[in-house]
Design a binder for this molecule. Structure first.
Ligand code: IPM
Ligand code: MN
Length: 360
């Protein structure tokens, strides 16, 4: 029997509750398709700060590096807001991404048929949405040097640097072109090339690379226009390629097309080595330990891990179909529109997903 080594990072807030649901569903499909999963649970974010005063303990990074895949829930809590930035939970996540070299963040956005009426946009605008944001994850302004704060005569000044090398642009653009090749063959690269030098190089490199992918139709949008187009006519997009900061913003916007950020998984990958799979949403400290969180993005992240990370496609399909079924059966968590629907807590939703798996 094939056995995979998976590191679990439940993190903070609602993280442990939704992770619990995800592992139960993974165990179910592992048994059905006859593969083994060995979990190793580690600390990251606030929970790691509490125990080790370090948002990414060496031991956690080491375990992730030698795993087959990493499954993360979410990190962060206002409790740590007063700490210096490098000591905060977010730094744990950023250092994990860069420590594992996960330069390609893949965020699929697809509207679930049962949830179409729950988008804040009109049904006819969102019904055909099926896009993927490919966000560069280990460079750009998140990591650029120099950065910092300076005292000057006129008071304090702070600065960050948005920078991309040819190598960094080429490798993320290649991921996006390849993904578009396997999909609807449309790629939209988002930048701010009318203002930023870094975007001018970005655009030149993407155009250069496009000659290797003649079947993919490439266009470019400035990020402000892209933000507007995503609301105006989101079904014009297939694959979106963008840098770290623009991708952070655009992917939250794209998430809302589907009605709830509580439904969206993501994968962070490199060319070789373990990937990191996590929901797009955060740790929602305001609803932690209330058993009302939506575990579906977490289960869908587990499905992405099974498909992309472990190549267990049937198991991944089963998890996605189970989510589709619970939604069609009218079950909801309280982050979704609940008019006339059966509202479940986090644990109950997990049980309902297991029942749908068993009914498949
Ligand atoms: C995300 C998050 C992170 C980011 C934060 C928590 C550091 O917003 O995964 O999108 O900005 O990348
Ligand atoms: Mn974000």
């Amino acid at each position: 029997m094939k056995t995979y080594n998976v590191v679990l990072l439940p993190g903070d807030g609602i993280g442990p509750e939704i992770m619990d649901v995800a592992t139960k569903t993974i165990d179910y499909v592992a048994q059905k398709y006859n593969f083994g999963i060995e979990y190793e649970q580690k600390l990251i974010g606030g929970s790691a700060i509490d125990k080790y005063n370090d948002p990414l303990p060496e031991e956690t990074l080491k375990a992730c590096k030698s795993s087959d895949a990493v499954l993360l829930s979410a990190i962060g809590s206002p409790k740590y807001d007063a700490l210096p930035r490098e000591k905060r939970p977010e730094s744990g996540l950023l250092n994990l991404r860069s420590g594992l070299g996960l330069f390609a963040n893949i965020r699929p956005v697809k509207v679930w048929p049962a949830l179409i009426s729950e988008s804040s946009l009109k049904q006819e605008i969102v019904q055909n949405v099926d896009l993927v944001v490919v966000r560069e994850l280990t460079g750009g302004i998140y990591f650029g040097q120099p950065k910092g704060r300076l005292q000057s005569e006129n008071g304090e000044r702070a600065f960050n640097t948005m920078t991309y090398s040819t190598m960094e642009i080429d490798r993320i653009a290649r991921v996006a072109f390849e993904l578009a090749t396997d999909r609807k063959k449309k790629l939209c690269s988002i930048d701010k090339a009318n203002v930023l030098d870094v975007s001018q190089l970005w655009r030149e490199r993407v155009i250069e690379l496009s000659y290797n992918f003649p079947k993919v139709e490439l266009n470019h949008l400035y990020v402000d226009n892209a933000a507007m187009q995503l609301i105006r006519q989101p079904d014009q997009f297939d694959v979106i390629l963008t840098g770290n900061l623009f991708g952070d913003i655009i992917s939250d916007e794209a998430a809302m097309l589907t009605g709830s950020i509580g439904m969206l998984p993501s994968a962070s990958l490199r060319l070789e080595g373990p990937g990191l799979f996590e929901p797009v949403h955060g740790s929602a400290p305001d609803i932690a330990n209330k058993d009302i969180a939506n575990p579906m993005a977490m289960v869908l992240s587990a499905a992405m891990m099974l498909r992309v990370g472990l190549k267990e496609n049937n198991a991944a399909d089963d998890l996605e179909n189970a989510i589709d079924k619970v939604l069609k059966d009218g079950y909801r968590t309280s982050d979704l529109m609940t008019n006339g629907k059966k509202v479940l807590g986090c644990r109950e939703m997990g049980e309902q997903i297991l029942m749908s798996l068993a009914a498949a």
